[in-house]
Every structure is written in structure tokens, then in C-alpha cells.
Design a protein around this ligand. Structure first.
Ligand code: LHQ
Length: 272
């Protein structure tokens, strides 16, 4: 059904693999459209409880496919010469594809894990850090390649990265355009875990399956509260926590969680 990505559903996890390995899984329009569809399917499918995104081949994702005509700094019309070629309007692809992709990941009520199997560059890095739990292979690296081609970090990077690692590191990382290895990203608090290369997918799957077994409404509300925490004062945030607790306390899953704890057994959650 898809050509630029692969999707496999198993044990409550939708595994989405970016699959343009010869282009380091960089995004063209087709891959954007397929990702939108795959994420919408995963959210709509009741059997799916968590989502895991990774890349095929040696890279995770090199961001925008710079050879794609839609964003090419050259001509969109083959008859135009280099000097008459109209400059592309990059905001159009951001509005149509990158921002909706980041919003889909952020607003997905289901937890999203990212397994960074190799280099994550440009929007590829932004997408990885927009996910809820990020695990990277020891040999993986992150590069905010935007600066190297005259652009700014997009796809939520200036927000997610700055909040994750702080302004001093985020600015130097973005402006120098240098590669940061997985171990450094872990030390900075940019990602959750580093795995030996050969164990990346098995460890990522353990994380995704554990999240899939967690109470869905608690996952959804935790994610929402935390993603929006910085927009609120502490005073308003504690009130939002109270309201979420009020709601969750009346759910079947809270009842089940406490019962399972008292009976020393594994809980089974239904998302109600
Ligand atoms: C690529 C790419 C690529 C095409 C490697 N495109 N082919 C939003 C809205 C609108 C417009 C603009 O952008 C955005 C957001 C963005 O994402 S901007 C940032 C775009 N991405 C980049 O600038 C990254 C460019 N790539 C690189 O810097 C390097 O390739 C990295 C650091 C990712 C990997 O370096 P290496 O491991 O040394 O691999 P390589 O450079 O040899 O690349 C391998 C192949 O992949 C190569 O093709 P070839 O035919 O020579 O084997 C590259 O041309 C191709 N490739 N990235 N983004």
C-alpha cells in the first residue's frame, strides 16, 4: 500500500519504517503523504496502542530531500534558466507537510517512540526529538544541517530542542551545524536511551510494547500536560493536573490499576 514507508502492526505497536534508504530516508512529497496516512491509521486503529518510528538502511532521516523539485533552490520550470528561476516558497511545504507531521506526532494520543538507527539530519533530527521516547543506536548521530544550507531549524526543533537541552547548547548545536553523537545527545538530555547497534530494534520494541501496555488515558493526559507545560504558569499547571486526576480517577483503568496492585497481579487496561 505504501512505497516510501513500511508499516507493520504487532503486539499493539505500529512500527513505521521510513524507507528511502538510498536517499538516507529524506522526505519527498510522497513520503510526507504516506506518513500522514500511516499516523492517522495508527491513531484510528484500536488495536494499536503505541507507535514506533525508525529508518531503513544506514540513516534515520536526512530531513528534506534537497533534490525534490518542490523545494529546489533552482527552477521549478525546466525551461527557466538558473538566473530566471523563481525562488521556492519553503513555507508552503512546511505548512502542508512538516508542521502537520510534527502536530500529528505531538497530538497523537498514543505514545510515539523513535528508534534512531543512523544519522538524523535537518528535519530528520527535529522529527526524532518530537517523539515522546527516543532511543538511538550507539553509532547514530544528529546534525542540525539547516544552518549549513542557509535555513533555520524547523519542524518544532527550536522549541523541542531548546526545552530539552537548554538555550546555550541548543544555539551552538544549531548554529555550528556539527554532528552530535548519540552518547552526547543522551548526556544532554536530548534522548532517553542509547543502545548497542545490534540491539536497537529489540530494545526499541521493548519500550514500545511497554508503553502499549500502559493505561492509554494516562499516557494521553501525561503527554498533553507535559507537552503544554511551558505555556502555563506553575499555578495554572497544578490546576490542570488536578483536573486530569479528577477525570482519570473515575476511569475503569484507575480502578484496575489499584486492584492489580493490591492483588499483586499484572493490570489489563482498556482505555476507559
Ligand atoms: C540526500 C540528502 C538530502 C537528498 C543525503 N536530500 N539526498 C523544510 C522545508 C523545505 C525545504 C528545506 O528543508 C526543510 C527542512 C530540512 O530538513 S532542511 C535540511 C535538509 N537536510 C540536509 O541539509 C542534510 C543533507 N545531508 C547531509 O548533510 C549528509 O548527507 C548527512 C549528514 C545527512 C549524512 O552524511 P554522510 O553520512 O556523509 O552521507 P552522504 O552525504 O554521503 O549522503 C549519502 C547519500 O544520501 C548521498 O547520495 P549519493 O548518491 O552521493 O550516495 C547524498 O546526496 C544523499 N542525501 N541527504 N537531504
Amino acid at each position: 500500500m505504501f512505497e516510501t514507508i513500511q508499516v507493520e502492526n504487532n503486539n499493539g505497536v505500529a512500527l513505521i519504517t521510513l524507507n528511502r534508504p538510498d536517499k538516507l530516508n529524506s522526505f519527498n512529497t510522497q513520503m510526507h503523504i504516506e506518513m500522514q496516512q500511516a499516523l492517522d491509521n495508527a491513531v484510528a486503529d484500536e488495536a494499536v496502542k503505541s507507535i514506533l518510528i525508525t529508518g531503513a538502511g544506514r540513516g534515520f532521516c536526512a530531513g528534506q530531500d534537497l533534490s525534490d523539485r518542490a523545494v529546489s533552490a533552482g527552477s521549478e520550470n525546466e525551461s527557466e534558466t538558473e538566473t530566471t528561476a523563481a525562488a521556492p516558497d519553503l513555507s508552503s511545504s512546511i505548512e502542508k507537510y512538516y508542521n502537520p507531521l510534527i502536530r500529528r506526532i505531538t497530538n497523537s494520543p498514543k505514545p510515539v517512540v523513535c528508534a534512531v538507527n543512523g544519522v538524523a539530519a535537518g528535519a530528520g533530527a527535529s522529527i526524532a526529538i518530537a517523539c515522546d521516547v527516543v532511543i538511538a543506536a550507539r553509532s547514530a548521530s544528529f546534525v542540525l544541517a539547516f544552518a549549513n544550507i542557509g535555513l533555520v531549524p524547523d519542524s518544532g526543533c527550536t522549541w523541542n530542542l531548546t526545552h530539552a537541552i537548554g538555550l546555550a547548547r541548543a544555539k551552538a548545536f544549531a548554529m555550528l551545524g556539527e554532528r552530535v553523537k548519540a552518547k552526547q545527545a543522551l548526556e544532554w538530555g536530548m534522548i532517553w536511551q542509547v543502545a548497542d547497534n545490534e540491539n536497537l530494534m529489540s530494545e526499541a520494541m521493548v519500550l514500545a510494547e511497554r508503553l502499549a501496555a500502559q493505561p492509554p488515558l494516562a499516557m494521553q493526559h501525561t503527554k498533553k500536560l507535559m507537552n503544554t507545560a511551558f505555556e502555563h504558569s506553575l499555578d495554572s499547571q497544578v490546576e490542570r493536573e488536578r483536573l486530569a486526576m479528577q477525570y482519570l480517577g473515575k476511569t475503569e483503568d484507575y480502578k484496575e490499576g489499584v486492584a492489580a496492585f493490591m492483588e499483586k497481579r499484572k493490570p489489563t487496561y482498556v482505555g476507559k
